[in-house]
Write a protein that binds this ligand. Structure first.
Ligand SMILES: Nc1ncnc2c1ncn2[C@@H]1O[C@H](COP(=O)(O)OP(=O)(O)OP(=O)(O)O)[C@@H](O)[C@H]1O
Ligand SMILES: [Mg+2]
Length: 493
């Protein structure tokens, strides 16, 4: 089998697609704006920043060394030469040329002797005393040299050289600032070039290693997600984890697990959906068959045979129930409940309507008792809250009608009150209560019909509609009979 770059088996739908030129441009743009491009820029920036911190002390140090060198050379040479006390003009010139100084003076005790001078240093704009230099003064001195405009002279004072046994205490030289500035600028240029080289190199290394360590695995993961979302059922597209033990490896494993679970769930769901389709088709035909059977039986009712006359209505009502059942199943299969269209509804009115629909007002046995404040307003889809109450009240009515006995109290009590942003509604009856066998699956469709003729859909629908409003329905363990409690919150603000 052929494999692509990521060692993923190539499937028939995986044909390598020729890349459009725009793809290449987008990829290049992505490289710059992507994770590695950003890191490249940041690395250059940070290394340059670090270089600034290195540059400031080193330029100060460079200046100190430069000045000390000049002082030492001038001091030593001058002290050696002055021992003869007569310095030839040729030697004076030579000394000034090598040190770059305009004048050199030595201080010995009280005596101050000017050793060499080419022209009179009248324009001294800066005095630097090297004897009491601190780090800060060296730095500020460097900045001053670099930024000071013009071509003034500077006088540099240093301690005398410790040689020759003579007591030279101080060396004074006068130099053009320009000389120092030129050398410092050249030094700065070298540092800048070096910094650029270091940051470029570091950034390139960071870029390459990041691409290999993070960006490529992330791209692989993203591509796998895309592949999977395009066709989640294709098991050939399941992600192959690498053996990495780090966070990216974790993400890969989690993703692979999730893919597997999702693929499995999807598979199950698909089978259930197919099954549901088959059921609804069978159901449809079944309903038609039952309807024709109903027609035949109706004709049988007119046959004079007493057995037929006795049995026909029973068969008819059984068929009736079967048709109702198939219709309910089909309705549930089709029903995609609409999203609730919430309004403010008078709950007492809805409860009264439910009683009216079930003809409970003049029911021979059942006492329908609505204890809801007429002013109580509920934030609900009027149609849906009506269906919820209808299902609960109808269940209670059916439970009460199941065992007709004059002596039994038959009452349905509907009450409601607002608790903060939630309306709590209770539908209680004095019937036999919910059979223990159905309690566990009470709100699941088709799973709880203990009553003969029931489809087991009423409570499932009531629960679904309530959930769509953010609420819940549950059975309360409260005394005789059954009590259902609905928590119905207002719409979220
Ligand atoms: N008030 C109640 N008292 C006693 N049993 C109840 C009560 N309400 C529900 N039940 C039990 O729970 C089962 C499920 O009720 P549900 O309303 O979901 O379905 P159904 O009434 O059987 O059918 P359908 O409502 O779809 O016609 C009922 O068959 C019944 O056994
Ligand atoms: Mg019901």
């Amino acid at each position: 089998m052929k494999h692509d770059a990521d060692n993923r088996p190539l499937t028939s739908t995986d044909k390598p697609v020729p890349r459009a030129p725009e793809d290449g441009i987008a990829a290049a743009q992505r490289r710059i704006s992507g994770l590695s491009g950003k890191l490249l820029l940041l690395t250059v920036l940070f290394v340059m920043l670090a270089e600034v911190f290195i540059y400031v002390p080193s330029i100060a140090n460079y200046r100190n060394t430069w000045l000390t060198d000049r002082l030492t050379t001038a001091g030593v040479a001058a002290s050696v030469l002055s021992e003869t006390n007569t310095i030839a003009p040729r030697l004076q010139e030579e000394l000034l040329r090598t040190t770059g100084a305009l004048a050199i003076a030595l201080v010995e005790g009280e005596r101050r002797s000017l050793i060499a001078m080419s022209s009179l240093p009248e324009d001294v704009t800066m005095v630097i005393d090297m004897r009491g230099q601190s780090a800060m003064s060296a730095i500020s001195g460097s900045v001053a040299v670099l930024l000071k405009p013009g071509d003034g002279l500077m006088r540099v004072i240093g301690a005398g050289p410790m040689s020759g046994g003579r007591g030279i205490e101080q060396v004074d030289i006068v130099l053009p600032i320009r000389l120092l500035r030129q050398d410092m600028l050249a030094f700065s240029g070298r540092i800048l070039a070096l910094s650029l080289f270091i940051s470029g190199l570091t950034a390139a290394l960071v870029y390459v290693s990041l691409r290999a360590l993070f960006v490529r695995p992330l791209q692989r993961l993203t591509r796998a997600m895309q592949d999977f979302s395009e066709n989640p059922e294709d098991s050939a597209r399941l992600f192959q984890t690498s053996a990495r033990a780090d966070e990216i490896g974790d993400a890969e494993r989690r993703f692979a697990e999730m893919q597997e679970t999702l693929a499995r769930t999807l598979h199950q769901k698909q089978r259930l959906a197919d099954l549901g389709l088959a059921v609804s088709k069978i159901n449809h035909d079944l309903r038609n068959l039952l309807a024709s059977a109903q027609l035949f039986i109706e004709r049988l009712e007119n046959v004079p045979d007493p057995t037929v006359r006795r049995l026909a209505p029973k068969i008819l009502s059984t068929l009736d129930r079967a048709v109702t059942y198939t219709q309910a199943v089909m309705a549930y299969g089709k029903a995609q409940e609409a999203a609730p269209n919430r309004r403010l509804v008078r709950l007492a009115r809805v409860a009264a309507d439910v009683g009216e629909l079930l003809a409970l007002a003049d029911h021979p046995m059942i006492d329908y008792d609505v204890a809801i404040d007429p002013a109580l307003e509920i934030d609900a889809d009027p149609e849906q809250i009506f269906r919820v109450l209808l299902n609960l009240v109808r269940n209670a009515m059916q439970a009460l009608e199941a065992v007709p006995d004059e002596a039994l109290v038959c009452r349905i009590h509907v009450s409601a009150q607002r608790e903060g942003r939630t309306v709590v509604i209770r539908v209680a009856d004095t019937g036999p209560g919910v059979p223990a066998s159905v309690k566990a699956t009470l709100f699941r469709a088709f799973q709880s019909a203990a009553r003969s003729g029931g489809t087991g859909l009423g409570l499932a629908i009531a629960a679904e509609l309530t959930r769509a409003h953010g609420g819940s329905v549950r059975l309360e363990e409260a005394g005789a009979g059954a009590t259902f409690r609905i928590d119905w919150p207002d719409r979220p603000v």
